[in-house]
Design a protein around this ligand. Structure first.
Ligand SMILES: *Cc1c(COP(=O)(O)O)cnc(C)c1O
Length: 427
């Protein structure tokens, strides 16, 4: 692909039809692919030739869309997964095994927290959580001999903290391990973590990339920059022969640019089979075609709503890194100069009861657990996702009972603010 701007890549990267071929990416709705000779097929199984044999591992529709996301993030290779959860699991499990250790920011999506702290722990993979604001010294102290990866989110869901990517990357590299960054909330339109030193980028494409609340999906992008062979003792899965794949050594055969995604496809996708359906990949691509047009509007609405709420007497606190008063404003200026995303969270003075009354009276914003789609939605964690916790427990977890998370969609900001104003009046 030529060196086009990210806006052009949103529309056109990943698929260039030849003469007379479909203009839109075809949905290859086929489990299997036909070959003339068993020698032809054998080459695919030996990873000697490129091609498709079974959609549990790879499908052409998915690969076009993955190539677009790789172009947007500035990576060397990418793969789609069935969900964001699968993307983060594969990204970590591709280089971790029983006996490994992960350093992760404590400010991450609840599903990822459970994945790492509970489910991967059962697989014998240990974790040390660090504050997203940890100093280099504190980060260094979290490492062990068996640490294999560092993990964080550019803008955390739902805490809206901003990760100091450069700092986390520097410390990870000093310890000879890659930094994996979940870039779901800003999308590559507002931040490209690879430019700041991240080695692997993951996405829940379910959110802004799809953008219409239509298809669950995930993506892993490799920067192609991490030198696995230079740390071969830490990454035997990439740097020693894979007996389950005819003794291929991924880092040797596919180099820095190809090893990570090839192994995740040939080994993890083969064995776990969490591939995105080609139908969902097609829907995701429709979203990607307008991502560069939609993200600035999500940011404009988020900023306007955050400023309105900050000035309102019934609101005690607003979290949005585009506000000067926000703890993460300076980091956001550095990593998110065009804004972060459309998600704002705020605390109502009247606590849980006020939040419930406020949300019941909203007319445009729907009550949903979802975020990051075209329609504005909101959630009060205390009465939904975190309802098993007492007010004291909520406070300790940094989720006060009166906290509302609002995902600003693509409606007109005047209508959103008018809706908020009338609902606040009724508290
Ligand atoms: C939603 C989300 C996930 C999980 O993605 P799913 O597509 O729901 O599996 C992971 N990380 C972040 C930051 C998310 O917002």
């Amino acid at each position: 692909m030529e060196n086009y701007s990210i806006n052009t890549n949103c529309v056109q990267a990943g698929y260039t039809p030849a003469n007379g071929e479909p203009r839109q990416i075809p949905i290859i709705q086929s489990t299997t692919f036909k070959y003339d000779t068993s020698e032809d097929m054998g080459k695919l199984f030996d990873l000697e030739a490129n091609g498709y044999f079974y959609t549990r591992l790879q499908n052409p529709t998915n690969d076009h869309v993955a190539a677009k996301i790789a172009a947007l993030e500035g990576g060397s290779a990418a793969m789609l997964t069935s969900s964001g959860q699968a993307a983060n699991f594969f990204a970590l499990f591709n280089i971790c095994e029983c006996g490994s250790h992960i350093v992760a920011s404590s400010s991450i999506y609840g599903g990822t927290f459970n994945l790492i702290a509970v489910t991967m722990k059962k697989m014998g993979i240990d974790v040390t959580f660090v504050e997203p604001t940890a100093t280099e010294e504190e980060l260094n102290a979290a490492f062990k001999d068996n640490t294999r990866a560092v993990f964080g989110e550019t803008i955390a869901n739902p805490a809206l903290t901003v990760l100091d990517i450069e700092k986390f990357a520097k410390v990870a590299h000093e310890h000879g391990v890659p930094l994996i960054v979940d870039n779901t909330f800003p999308t590559p339109i507002n931040c490209r973590p690879i430019e700041w030193g991240a080695d692997i980028v993951t996405h829940s494409t379910t959110k802004y990339m799809d953008g219409h609340g239509a298809a669950v999906g995930g993506c892993i992008v490799d920067s192609g920059k991490f030198d696995w062979m230079a740390h071969a003792d830490k990454f035997p899965g990439l740097c020693t022969p894979d007996d389950s794949y005819h003794g291929i050594t991924y880092a040797e055969k596919f180099g820095k640019e190809g090893a990570f995604i090839t192994k995740a496809t040939a080994q993890l996708m083969r064995d776990f089979g969490s591939i995105q359906s080609p139908q969902n990949a097609f829907i995701l691509n429709l979203g990607l075609e307008s991502l560069h047009v939609r993200m600035p509007r999500h940011v404009e609405n988020g900023q306007a709503v955050a400023e309105f709420l900050e000035a309102h007497p019934k609101v005690t606190k607003v979290n949005y890194s585009g506000l000067k008063s926000d703890k993460y404003y300076d980091l956001a200026q550095k990593y998110l100069p065009n804004g972060g995303c459309g998600v704002v969270s705020f605390e109502l003075a009247g606590g849980r009861d006020a939040a419930q009354k406020f949300m019941k009276n909203l007319k445009l914003a729907a009550i949903e657990t979802h975020v990051a789609d075209a329609r504005t939605c909101c959630l009060n964690p205390a009465t939904s996702t975190h309802r098993q916790m007492s007010d004291e427990q909520l406070k300790a977890a940094g989720i006060p009972a009166g906290l509302v998370r609002m995902s600003c969609g693509l409606e007109d900001k005047k209508d959103l603010i008018a809706d908020l104003a009338q609902a606040l009046d009724q508290i």
